[in-house]
Design a protein around this ligand. Sequence first.
Ligand code: NAD
Length: 441
Amino acid sequence: MEYEVRKAEGKLGILIPGLGAVATTLIAGVEAVKKGISQPIGSLTQMGRIRLGKRTEGRHPLIKDFVPLANLEDIVFGGWDVYADNVFEAAMHAKVLEPMLLHAVKPELEALQPMKAVFDKSYAKNLDGTHVKEGAHKMELAEALMEDIRNFKEEHGCDRLVMVWCGSTEKYIEPSAVHQTIEAFEEGLLNNDPAIAPSMIYAYAAVKMGVPFANGAPNLTVDIPAIIELAKEHEIAISGKDFKTGQTLMKTILAPGLHARALGVRGWFSSNILGNRDGYVLDDPDNFKTKEVSKLSVLDEIFKPESNPELYGDMYHKVRINYYPPHGDNKESWDNIDIFGWLGYQMQIKINFLCRDSILAAPLVLDLALFSDLAQRANMSGIQEWLSFYYKSPQTAEGLAPEHDIFKQLMKLQNTLRHMMGEDLITHLGLDYYQELMESL
Ligand SMILES: NC(=O)c1ccc[n+]([C@@H]2O[C@H](COP(=O)([O-])OP(=O)(O)OC[C@H]3O[C@@H](n4cnc5c(N)ncnc54)[C@H](O)[C@@H]3O)[C@@H](O)[C@H]2O)c1
């Protein structure tokens, strides 16, 4: 397939449902980078390089110089929240970034007022915000979001828009009849079907308005046939779900290494404490269940116990998240991993990661926004599996197992960029260097 990638001309609007810790850390960070007072560490689009051609060619451009991405200067932010705080107030409340840094970008952040949210308390019981839209039915709410999108685009003179869900994790639901077809979904919107979550209404509005959508939380959202079909029909890029940060990031770095060396794993116990609003929402068992399912899927896909029963058949995997206010956004995680080696001799690995949740997540939001916009300009619509790199639970076509190994995910992402730009894919076979050497002798 040939891709003709349109240039990133004009302004890109990044629309964010959920202006909480992650979103405000992203927005303040981008404003600080634009002012030259900080660096976009952790963002592959801004700091990462890509190898092109043979190792002997020495071509390693920055990714942002290789593919046509929107410049940070051309980004405009907007969003919705169930609380009316502007982005400066919300960032102060989130306590992720130092007040000194926030004050350096205060005018830019204060100018950003959230639009009224589409919200349903039954999906996040621990939230009690009142900055919400009213409507006779869910279709009316979707239309109100479409109106917001239209107005935002016009008011800010945006050439293109993308939407990244940074809202709270919604309660656990499984796909049901109303999610199966566009017709059933639209009927459900008109009938106020309780199985249509707020995040799905945002996704529906975005896709209908031609806006690519990325889902940072573990909710179903775009991972239902109705929205997948709608995205195909409107030729819109979608991806999800659940930003891969913290403990799961560590898991998908370490587990492929153990698997690669054919070392066995008997148990993997993961525990977390965190005290931000995300942690508070996840303190409700219905919301935790959504996160748990997302976090648990990772190891089975990497170890494939059914094809390696001697090494991973008895593996016990447990994940716990505990709300602990004193730690705020500075999540602490512990992993105890029981492994075994040659002749079954046992060993243990302990990880204690003192991370900062939103510091790890913010650059992922930026990359997902820029890459989703790139995909749209390259006419790549539907599920963007090459963005698996960013997700705990990558969305794939039906019947296709997701790839969780972070190194394979990176290779997939880089090869997609090479493919888009007409460069040779890199297989890392490397025999050609030796054949040429032999021929030259
Ligand atoms: N920080 C991480 O490392 C990380 C990793 C993976 C996933 N996530 C997910 O990203 C999301 C954001 O995380 P956070 O730490 O910023 O949480 P947060 O609680 O600080 O922010 C979420 C915001 O979404 C708002 N919100 C909830 N429902 C909404 C709706 N229907 N419409 C508009 N706004 C709504 C809340 O009021 C809140 O301000 C969460 O779902 C979290 O699980 C975060």
